[in-house]
Design a protein around this ligand. Structure first.
Ligand code: HAM
Length: 430
């Protein structure tokens, strides 16, 4: 039975008491992205498996170990998206968005699926706010995308977050680097885990982000990509740093960042939290100039990032960052008897039509139970309607915080009367 009443491992429910926080964080990210000229894209939650094999890379942990892949009833291999970039790139090519002016600037707020070993901040259903920019090869674009993420993180009030950047070069300098890595790792190949051994020939850079402690210890002494960059990549990386400095953004160059996805070229970056108990990347991204072509499209440079929403919310909670107050019921109209219940029903609807959050009894409960409920939902005001109130056309408006009561007309002028009284009461409270 637990299968029916327990969410699958690595997933969680976002309950009404928590959604206001999420909406507040999403609103900041959306606003920051739109300030930079990005527009929202929504792509399917599943794609052809081939898209991720080609895009993300078949020697990555994500593809080798973590994808939710299945055959559909038509015999196609389908995968739940493990990340947002490949789908956005596919959609950009499919709809030839590059004809609508370059750069194409997209953002998304989506769930992703990775079969990982769940732990704090590591989920099987995770949520990312991401942006992708296509058609901009200049280092100013790298800096702008980083600034966008940096701006959103700053507006959220997050502390103890550092920006770490690196360049992992282009296919030209990568070939020399791969050779150096092969030589280095071959000397200690009998100590590498099985997966890394199989990556040694195909993609030695992937050994650098293996999670096995032994491989990590070996990788720590491996040659660094920065020493192998070609002149163009070095100049590009220096220019990105110059732009970031011009914008007053603090960063450190971390030559060990290689990212876990194969499509990256040149600039890569991560925003890393050092909050005690929450030391992980809250976001990461980089440039991927070969991705569009790898997917069979025309050659278009691209870059972007994904911010881990679940992790950001965790850190914000740990840092006790204040979120906006939840929307609560403004007026609860309680009633005694059927005629009063009908009157409350009509008045509550009138209030909602005027933008006032109003509720009334829909469970045919007694007055005591209704007032208990009004208390639970933190109604700011209550009005009780019974036979006397219906006969007199008047009732009492009670301010639940102060206990103050005022007489209110429940006739045609009800809304005006409410607006006047509620303003007077809040003036009083002020
Ligand atoms: P990623 O580094 O794999 O990059 O994921 C981005 C962020 O998602 C991570 O920094 C982390 O905060 C969060 N994240 C990843 N896996 C999990 C997980 N299992 N549980 C909770 N949070 C997680 C990408 O996905 C790229 N598509 C980013 C990108 C966009 N690069 C260019 N454009």
């Amino acid at each position: 039975m637990a299968l029916l009443t327990k969410a699958p491992k690595g997933t969680y429910d976002l309950l009404p008491r928590d959604t206001a926080r999420w909406q507040a964080v999403e609103a900041v990210m959306k606003s920051e992205a739109e300030l930079h000229g990005f527009r929202e894209i929504r792509t399917p939650v599943f794609e052809h498996t081939e898209l991720f094999l080609r895009g993300v890379g078949d020697t990555t942990d994500v593809v080798e170990k973590q994808m939710y892949t299945f055959e559909d009833k038509g015999g196609r291999s389908i995968t739940l998206r493990p990340e947002g970039t490949a789908g956005a790139a596919r959609a950009m090519l499919e709809h030839a968005l590059y004809n609508e002016g370059l750069p194409v600037k997209l953002y998304y707020n989506t769930s992703c699926y990775r079969y990982e070993k769940p732990q704090a901040g590591r989920l099987r259903e995770l949520h990312q706010f991401g942006v992708e920019m296509f058609g901009a090869a200049d280092p100013a674009a790298d800096a702008q995308v980083i600034l966008l993420a940096h701006g959103a993180i700053g507006r959220l009030g997050l502390r103890n977050i550092t920006l770490e950047i690196n360049s992992i070069g282009c296919p030209t300098c990568r070939a020399r680097y791969h050779q150096a890595l092969k030589e280095y790792f071959s000397a200690r190949c009998d100590e590498l885990c099985e997966t890394c051994l199989s990556r040694l020939e195909r993609n030695p850079m992937r050994i650098l982000d293996c999670k096995s402690p032994v491989c990590q210890e070996i990788a720590a002494g491996a040659p660094k990509i920065l020493d192998y960059l070609c002149d163009d990549c070095r100049t590009h990386f220096e220019a990105v740093q110059q732009y970031l400095t011009l914008a007053g953004v603090e960063f450190t160059v971390n030559p060990t960042i290689v990212r876990g996805l194969d499509y990256y070229t040149r600039t890569v970056f991560e925003f890393v939290s050092s909050e005690p108990g929450y030391s992980f990347a809250i976001g990461g991204g980089g440039r991927y100039d070969g991705l569009a072509e790898e997917l069979g499209g025309k050659s278009i440079p691209g870059l972007g990032f994904g911010l881990g929403m679940d992790r950001i919310l965790l850190v914000m909670q740990a840092q006790q960052i204040e979120f906006p107050a939840e929307e609560t019921c403004e007026v609860y109209l309680a009633s005694m008897g059927q005629a009063a219940q009908q009157k409350a029903f009509v008045l509550a609807q009138k209030m909602r039509e005027c933008g006032i959050a109003a509720e009334c009894d829909v469970c045919a409960r007694g007055l005591k139970a209704q007032m208990k409920y009004a208390d639970k939902i933190h109604a700011q005001y209550t009005i009780v309607l019974g036979d006397d109130e219906l006969a007199n056309g008047k009732a009492e408006l009670k301010n639940m915080a102060t206990g103050e009561k005022k007489e209110i007309s429940i006739g045609d002028d009800f809304i005006d009367a409410y607006l006047t009284l509620s303003t007077e009461q809040s003036d009083l409270a002020f």
